[in-house]
Design a binder for this molecule. Structure first.
Ligand code: UD1
Length: 368
């Protein structure tokens, strides 16, 4: 069986790493039935902070192919990934294309593969926010509409897929490969160089913001930062700033005494600072999964989530309107927060399950 594994943007790398390790392990134990694979990096994220450091720390091998798509508008970036992947497919003709998550690379490569008659498997398929203003929601729906095999992270995702007319035989509830990465690296976390110098002990909040709906409008971003810094009072706020957000922040006049701005952190440092914090305020989806597993309080500045299990069983709370966030931030600081429960199958074996299922699939392709 020939597999293409697609990774493009930062949150993809933690999801694909464990799958590669599980394939390598499978191949060691099945020398006569090896799975051949190529790791395709689309180049959606490309610099040291957003890409290379993740490959190094998660011990992901160098990609076999780098499409070098880079940044651009939604259409420019998607088109560039599609053109590059179409050429890469013609050079190797895989049997199955495995995409993860919900970024532009996920959608772009699934469309190209499907049109070339190649089966598509979607890791983290089926999650839905219902918010069509998010590019990720469109990516999820388009990808899932042409996916052959769904590897899901939650009961909710399974239900969404069945409701949308997919057959249960296509859906495999395997758990969460991002959590596989988290659990296998918890004993290797690294304290950032600035930690002792800039932070006064463990009494700090972590903030991350990168959603267009929160950061692209300077007034909205300014309001969010004002509310958080006022609510935090004497508590320090560590804010690793996403490149998208940095561009807007540079134009803001606001300066905050209790906010420490740093570059996006490498994986092992980011998990270190989160795991030692009072709590996290974010608009990321993946971070709500990680905080739930580490039992760290989390506030999500969004109107919806595609990961309701992080609210039902985890530590996540949604704040749809930032002007109402103060009482919840005070509650977070006071330490009065719900305790996380175990989310089924989020125990570090999702990638192994995926590879075991792939090994049993009888794939008949329609390559053209
Ligand atoms: C993308 C994903 C989002 C994911 C996020 C994680 C889509 C639609 N969005 O959003 O789902 O949560 O990644 O970070 O796929 N840039 C750099 N260096 C890089 C990459 C990007 O400086 O290595 C800058 C560029 O100026 C670029 C901007 O960041 O224009 C945004 O990057 P892009 O990939 O377009 O979207 P993200 O906001 O990162």
């Amino acid at each position: 069986m020939k597999l293409d594994l697609i990774a493009g943007a930062r949150p993809n790398f933690m999801k694909i790493g464990p799958i590669i390790k599980a394939i390598d392990l499978y191949n060691e134990n099945h020398k006569d039935q090896k799975m051949q694979y190529r790791l395709i990096h689309t180049g959606q994220h490309y610099d040291q902070n957003m890409s290379k450091s993740f490959f190094e720390e998660l011990d992901i091998p160098d990609p076999h192919v780098n499409l070098g798509a880079g940044s651009g508008t939604q259409a420019t970036q998607t088109a560039s990934i599609m053109t590059g992947y179409e050429k890469a497919i013609s050079e190797w003709m895989p049997d199955i294309c495995i995409v993860v998550g919900d970024v532009n690379s996920t959608m772009a490569c699934s469309i190209v593969a499907k049109k070339a008659g190649i089966k598509v498997a979607h890791v983290e398929g089926g999650i839905r926010s219902g918010d069509w203003t998010m590019p990720e929601e469109i990516n999820r729906i388009v990808t899932d509409s042409i996916t052959d095999y769904f590897f899901t992270t939650s009961e909710e995702a399974n239900r969404n897929l069945v409701k949308e007319g997919h057959d249960k035989s296509q859906i495999f509830y395997v758990g969460n490969t991002m959590i596989d990465s988290l659990l296998s690296h918890l004993n290797k976390l690294q304290k950032p160089d600035f930690f002792d110098e800039k932070l006064h002990g463990d009494n700090y909040l972590v903030v991350t913001l990168h959603r267009p709906s929160n950061v692209d409008d300077p007034e909205k971003l300014s309001l969010i930062l004002n509310v958080i810094t006022e609510a935090a009072g004497d508590i320090q706020i560590l804010f690793p700033v996403h490149p998208r957000t940095r561009k807007i922040m540079e134009a803001l006049p606001n300066r905050y005494n209790n906010m420490i701005l740093v570059e996006p952190l490498p994986y092992l440092e980011f998990i270190f600072v989160v795991s030692n914090s009072i709590g996290v305020i974010t608009d990321s989806g993946g971070i709500t999964e990680e905080t739930s597993v580490m039992n760290i309080p989390c506030i999500t500045l969004r109107t919806t989530t595609e990961r309701p299990e992080t609210i039902r069983l985890g530590t996540n709370e949604l704040v749809p309107d930032i002007t109402n966030a103060k009482p919840l931030i005070h509650q977070m600081i006071s330490g009065n927060w719900k305790q996380a429960q175990l989310i089924p199958f989020w125990e570090g074996k999702a990638a192994e399950r995926i590879v075991e299922i792939l090994s049993r699939l009888n794939i008949s392709t329609n390559k053209n």
